[in-house]
Design a protein around this ligand. Sequence first.
Ligand code: SF4
Length: 293
Amino acid sequence: MQTLYDKHHCTLCPRECGADRTTSVGVCGAGDDVRIAKTMLHRFEEPPISGTRGSGAIFFCGCNLRCGYCQNAAISHGQAAGAHYTVAQLADSMLALQASGAHNINLVTAAHYLPQVVQALQSVKPHLSVPVVYNSSGYEKATALRLLDGLVDIYLPDFKYLDASAARRYSAAADYPTVAMAAIEEMLRQTGEYREKDGLAVRGTVIRHLVLPGLSADGAAIMRTVARQFPAARVSIMRQYTPSFNRTGDRALDRKVTALEYNRVVDAAIACGLTGFTQERDSATDIYTPDFT
Ligand code: SF4
């Protein structure tokens, strides 16, 4: 932990921006205190994650990837200040979500708070009877993820790009493809095969891909890569891209995904034998994005 997280010179995530988080914030927008935008029962995750009562989502403020088209920009790009949580309060919020009926505890974009999240999970895990889900952009160091071994049951990583130029253009992270593949490999090492019990996910890794306008060929290539390198994972092919926020400077993202584009990615997944989740055409609305105001 010492070498991974120095709060005076943070290199926790692949950005390695070196911020002194005690006096300022890093590229991720985070200082040394944990800030949470919202905790809620979230009903719009994949069916085995949301179940009938909802997933116990904890939305952390900030993000180390900060895609220029983010679908949760209010929290990732800093408009939502959130509330300060101590490690003990973070642990208590997990127990409160479990008590309110959540099917799981769903940590949404927590990479930049990993040391505090690990501490909270170490104290609370023996008291949780529901799985812990770690919901990630995929832009994480595999060495950092090893701290979660034994604490997380289900990983929900994005696999956004295989094309490094798209990763640079839209997320200022040309190394995203190699970083995300190493991260997913570590996640699968920890969880093994995807498993459900009574219709709910209990273990495994579900790789999400949000299909973007103009990038369906890359999406299809991602499906082939998953089939070849991560066959134990499930995939979740997301159609919900909504052009509500665009700081990429690329007008190609100012529209929704067409049926042809979405089906191209789904067809590639089917052709290489992947199983998982798809979304209906009417998913491209902002009802899938919680209100953080
Ligand atoms: S976690 Fe934040 S502060 Fe630390 S290296 Fe990444 S972007 Fe910088």
